[in-house]
Design a protein around this ligand. Structure first.
Ligand code: PLP
Length: 394
């Protein structure tokens, strides 16, 4: 099997699994209990918090554990919205191609009287600090812009956007779920006030994530109950997952440079090979791009059919995002970069990690062109294009 869907989830690392096993066998107490077993769990929890904080340049008390990236996004945005509303600020700036955890939260806030402005991301799928600067108003409560896009891999100018927000005194949140463990993050140097990350995107376990909030930013609870996480997130902490997340992020951050070099080489070979297919186009920024992301539109095919035929050959890939597959709507990200509906339906995302090999790339480069031709040959629409009855889009 070739796993090329690391933007959807990643295989857990041995370090993460071993850390979790030890925790489940030895430090399984409740961290709120006062006897030794509980206190050892508490120590494991606080040790993980310190190590995770160090990976992003934060201090431990700025780290709140959540159930994953979605919850961290929800809590960051709701907290900033509430802080803004208290001062009469109800304007929120974001982009058209955020993850649904962000977009759907913003939609709800619109219904609660907030004004949401989604910046356009252009053909390359990015926004500039200048665009953000021009959009900021007296009543702007929050700017929330992702670090890197999960579908098309564009990496955004986060330090520059952070600097603009800091200068204008506006809170800045970034969904860094696709960046953490893959790109260097330093919340202080990059002027980030709030940041979300999720363990299962960097070889950690599912169902656990982090919300970083700069000291002084008061979080709103989404979950009420006990006083865990300094009263900001109730519920007994998932200590094994938290410990596994710390092990995974430390390992990923220790190898960022070599992994980036290796994975971006594989990515560039895939992009060069797939570009040979006629009437195909790369999606996303060709330069400022996640090391593992490859995303193409192929005219005249359905992404779902392509995925099924790739699966027959043991290749795991994605079309649109995992969250929207199963629905017939084309990806909001591809529409945001201006791909017409027809073409947006024929997309393929391959997302690599350091476990992928040159041989994987060769196999994919053999399979995709064959399957694309096969599907095109069956399509009446494609025949009309070839015969000149209809025009090509790409
Ligand atoms: C995966 C992902 C999320 C959601 O994270 P979960 O831990 O699965 O809830 C949010 N944002 C981005 C950019 C993602 O890729």
């Amino acid at each position: 099997m070739i796993y090329a869907d690391n933007a959807a989830t990643t295989q857990m690392s041995k370090a993460a699994i071993n850390a979790m096993l030890y925790c489940m066998e030895e430090t399984w107490g409740n961290p709120s209990s006062l006897y030794g077993l509980g206190q050892r769990a508490k120590e494991a929890l606080e040790d993980a918090r310190e190590r995770l904080a160090a990976c992003i340049g934060a201090s431990p008390r700025e780290i709140t554990f959540t159930s994953g990236g979605s919850e961290a996004d929800n809590q960051a945005i709701r907290s900033a919205a509430l802080l803004g509303a208290r001062k009469g600020k109800r304007h929120i700036i974001s982009t058209a191609f955020e993850h649904h955890a962000v977009l759907h939260t913003l939609k709800k806030l619109e219904g609660e009287g907030f004004e949401v402005e989604l910046l356009s991301v252009g053909e390359l799928g990015t926004v500039t600090a200048q665009q953000v600067s021009e959009a900021i108003r007296e009543d702007t409560a929050l700017v929330t812009i992702m670090y890197a896009n999960n579908e098309i891999g564009s990496v955004l100018p986060i330090p520059e956007i952070g600097a603009v927000c800091r200068e204008r005194g506006v809170l800045f949140h970034t969904d860094a779920v696709q960046a953490a463990g893959h790109l260097p993050i330093d919340v202080k140097a990059q002027n980030i006030d709030m940041l979300s990350l999720s363990a299962h995107k960097f070889h950690g376990p599912k169902g656990i994530g982090v919300l970083y909030a700069r000291r002084g930013i008061s979080l709103t609870n989404l979950i009420e109950g006990g006083a865990q996480e300094r009263g900001k997130r109730a519920g007994t902490e998932n200590v094994p997952a938290i410990v596994g997340m710390a092990a995974a992020l430390e390992e990923a951050c220790a190898h960022i440079e070599e992994n980036t070099a290796k994975v971006s080489d594989l990515r560039d070979r895939l992009i060069a090979g797939l570009s040979q297919i006629p009437h195909a186009a790369l999606n996303g920024d060709p330069v400022n791009r996640l090391p593992g992301n490859v995303n193409f539109c192929f005219e005249g095919i359905e992404g779902e059919s392509l995925l099924l035929l790739l699966d027959d050959r043991g290749i795991c890939a994605s079309s649109g995002s995992a969250c929207t597959s199963g629905s017939l709507d084309p990806s909001h990200v591809l529409l945001a970069i201006g791909r017409p509906h027809e073409v947006a339906h024929g997309s393929l995302r391959l997302s690599l990690c350091e476990e992928n090999t040159e041989a994987d790339v060769d196999t994919i480069l053999e399979a995709v062109p064959e399957i694309v031709s096969y599907l095109r040959n069956m399509s009446p629409l494609w025949k009309d294009k070839v015969s000149g009855k209809k025009e090509f889009v790409l």
